[in-house]
Design a protein around this ligand. Structure first.
Ligand code: NDP
Length: 228
């Protein structure tokens, strides 16, 4: 299976890459600063040529265009993992520049990459597009407020996935939003209850099981449905 994983140089993206390689897959891994992505490139040695590291800034049209042009052959699974969460995001403190940047990366970045890779995804019947969302992007689940820029960006991402599911269903392509849980990464922090290995294994297991009727859904890493 050929995978594309964005934001693969650290955190959940790095672990998804590691586990996908261990499963025997070929991975095209995107990193904003590929030259600095030492842990990621360190995986290449044991991969037998199955790991391809690419420079990829999902916020840049030019970078995404160059990345898409460098890919040949079918893509079976695109994991839009790259994401950004800035620190101060409450009503008093939210910086609108930061909020715009989160929209740019989390929502528009996902749309930009997915659109650029559609020709590659269309080469596989039943190809899957999975975007890392968050419970914080659920309107139904929002009983605690706050996190303006991040919540708005993930809610926008969710809407894009829902539209993609409708638009691509007739061609047999599957599009979902998926939450990794609260995970111990730079973003999730050290008090998060879920180890990155557990989250990534759960995400990959859920993605394995997806069929066309699941398209347009929002799952967590255990396969439970999350209300939009
Ligand atoms: P990290 O902050 O640990 O890693 C984020 C990754 O995204 C890094 O590789 C970073 O690259 C990359 N990235 C950021 N901006 C860009 C960009 N413009 N172009 C390309 N790559 C970019 O986050 P996690 O691993 O924890 O999160 C992964 C995903 O899961 C995100 O979408 C996040 O929103 C989501 N998520 C995480 C949760 C958690 O508890 N950890 C909870 C819910 C959702 P660089 O090193 O260059 O900055």
């Amino acid at each position: 299976m050929n995978l594309v994983i964005t934001g693969a140089n650290r955190g959940i993206g790095l672990e998804l890459t590691r586990q996908s390689l261990a499963r025997g897959n070929t991975v095209h891994a995107g990193a904003r600063d590929a030259a600095q992505a030492r842990e990621l490139t360190g995986l290449a040695g044991a991969s037998g040529g199955r790991l391809h590291v690419h420079a990829l800034d999902v916020a840049s049209d030019e970078s995404v265009r160059a990345f898409a042009a460098a890919l040949t052959g079918p893509v079976d699974l695109l994991i839009n993992n790259a994401g950004l969460r800035t620190r101060r995001d409450d009503i008093e403190g939210v910086s609108l520049e930061d909020a715009l940047q989160m929209l740019q990366v989390n929502a528009l970045g996902t749309l930009r990459v997915t659109r650029a890779l559609l020709p590659r995804l269309r080469e596989t019947r039943g190809a899957k597009i999975a975007s890392l969302s968050s419970g914080l992007g659920s309107i139904a689940d929002n009983t605690s407020g706050g996190s303006y820029g991040y919540r708005m960006s993930k809610a926008a991402l969710n809407m894009a996935m829902r539209s993609l599911a409708q638009d691509l269903r007739g061609e047999g392509l599957i599009a979902v939003a998926i939450s990794p849980g609260w995970v111990q990464t730079d973003m999730g922090g050290s008090s998060a209850p879920t180890q990155v290995s557990e989250s990534a294994a759960g995400l990959l297991a859920v993605l394995d099981r997806l069929t066309l009727p699941d398209s347009g859904s929002f799952f967590d890493f255990r396969g439970e449905r999350i209300a939009w």
